[in-house]
Design a protein around this ligand. Structure first.
Ligand SMILES: [Zn+2]
Length: 382
């Protein structure tokens, strides 16, 4: 399984110069061979294979010595890209490859990770040291990086790295890693049922309730205040623009905080459990209560389920969604008695008239979700 890790890159002035030189050189190589292929095509001759181009690249490097100053692997990758573009065109899946302009092409280059052995020691052209926050890249040598603070090392084999300058002018590197499929065989030992809510986002059958962290509430309050402020300002005035900018920053901060929160809880749930069960979202139920429906848009429960699903896949765990019409909160998790009175959302706890057990509304729902998921899992095994 392949996974990509994206780091912010902090190159020195010299490294920045070399990065931009590499952007330029990969573009020159791409355009040079595109022109060659075009001429061959126009003359009705066979096109060059990828291998031919790479062989010929050495001649071009002699002709234009500045190409030797940059990572030669990045030049070969540029030819792979050109070859892919032609292959797509042959298959009718893409346009005829275009020349790359200095200003209208992406500022990025890719380089593959190559292993070499010297005196019984293996070296790799790309290495990531998360303890020292450094990436080793061909020609650039060591560059400082930021990101993935909770990882000690990249799990798996590095395939390649793509260095880019984003439109914000910041530098990034994406490292593609092939992970070992060590988790393929699931031996389920622990199952968890999760009831998704609004005030408490996650209510588990392990009797745990997780609400929105304070930070998110803080940003939500500030956004409310700031948008009121904006409505008082005169459109187009200096103060209006200032407040508008402030509001945009707050929205971005809220988005980041929410994303971090979702990753944090989903990771914990997936690592600690083997089978994770949720309901498919019961939006109807929630909208019944109007006071809550306003906040509904604020909580990205859908996003939470999506992350839970792919994280379960990565860790080789099982994620089960059960149907939302299943009356999880109305059924007694002990004896199965269905209590219609609990339909009313204001009933927070109840005692089962059949077996006398006490139920917290939310926990009872999460137990039922767990049992229903277990049933579904057993059915799939048959
Ligand atoms: Zn009961």
């Amino acid at each position: 399984m392949y996974k990509s890790y994206r780091f912010r890159l902090y190159p020195t002035t010299n490294q920045i110069e070399l990065i931009h030189k590499t952007f330029g050189c990969t573009r020159v190589v791409y355009n040079h061979y595109l022109e060659k292929q075009k001429a061959l095509y126009d003359e009705g001759k066979d096109s060059l294979s990828c291998f031919d181009m790479i062989k010929d690249l050495k001649n071009l490097q002699v002709e234009r010595p500045y190409l030797k100053e940059v990572d030669s692997c990045s030049l070969r990758c540029s030819l792979f890209n050109l070859d892919d573009a032609f292959k797509r065109w042959y298959k009718g899946q893409g346009e005829y490859p275009k020349f790359k302009g200095k200003y209208n092409s992406k500022r990025s280059y890719r380089t593959n990770c190559i292993s070499s052995t010297y005196k019984d020691k293996t070296y790799q052209s790309i290495e990531v040291d998360l303890k020292r926050h450094i990436i080793k890249l061909p020609k650039l040598k060591e560059v400082s990086i930021k990101g993935y603070r909770d990882l000690e090392y990249l799990p798996g084999r590095i395939i390649n790295a793509t260095i880019e300058q984003a439109s914000t002018l910041k530098y990034y590197v994406s490292v593609l890693v092939e992970e070992d499929d060590v988790y393929t065989k699931l031996k389920p030992r622990k199952i968890i049922g999760i009831d998704l809510g609004i005030k408490d986002i996650v209510i588990t059958s392990d009797n745990e309730k997780i609400g929105n962290p304070r930070l998110i509430e803080k940003y939500e309050k500030r956004i409310k205040r700031c948008s009121r402020e904006l409505s008082r300002r005169v459109k187009g005035s200096n103060n209006y623009n200032k407040t508008k900018k402030k509001l945009a920053v707050l929205h971005q901060k809220l988005k980041n905080a929410r994303r971090y929160f979702i990753h944090q809880i989903t990771k914990k749930l997936v690592i600690e459990n083997d089978i994770i069960v949720t309901e498919s979202l019961k939006l109807k139920d929630m909208i019944e209560e109007k006071r809550l429906s306003k906040q509904l848009t604020n909580v990205s429960l859908g996003e939470l389920c999506r992350v839970l699903e792919y994280k379960a896949k990565i860790y080789g765990k099982k994620y089960i969604k059960i149907d939302s019409y299943y009356p999880s909160s109305q059924e007694c998790s002990r004896c199965g008695y269905k209590n219609e009175k609990v339909k009313d959302l204001s009933v927070r706890s109840w005692i089962c008239p059949e077996c006398g057990s006490y139920h917290d509304r939310d926990y009872n729902a999460s137990y039922n979700i767990m049992f229903e998921g277990l049933k579904k899992y057993m059915m799939e095994l048959k």
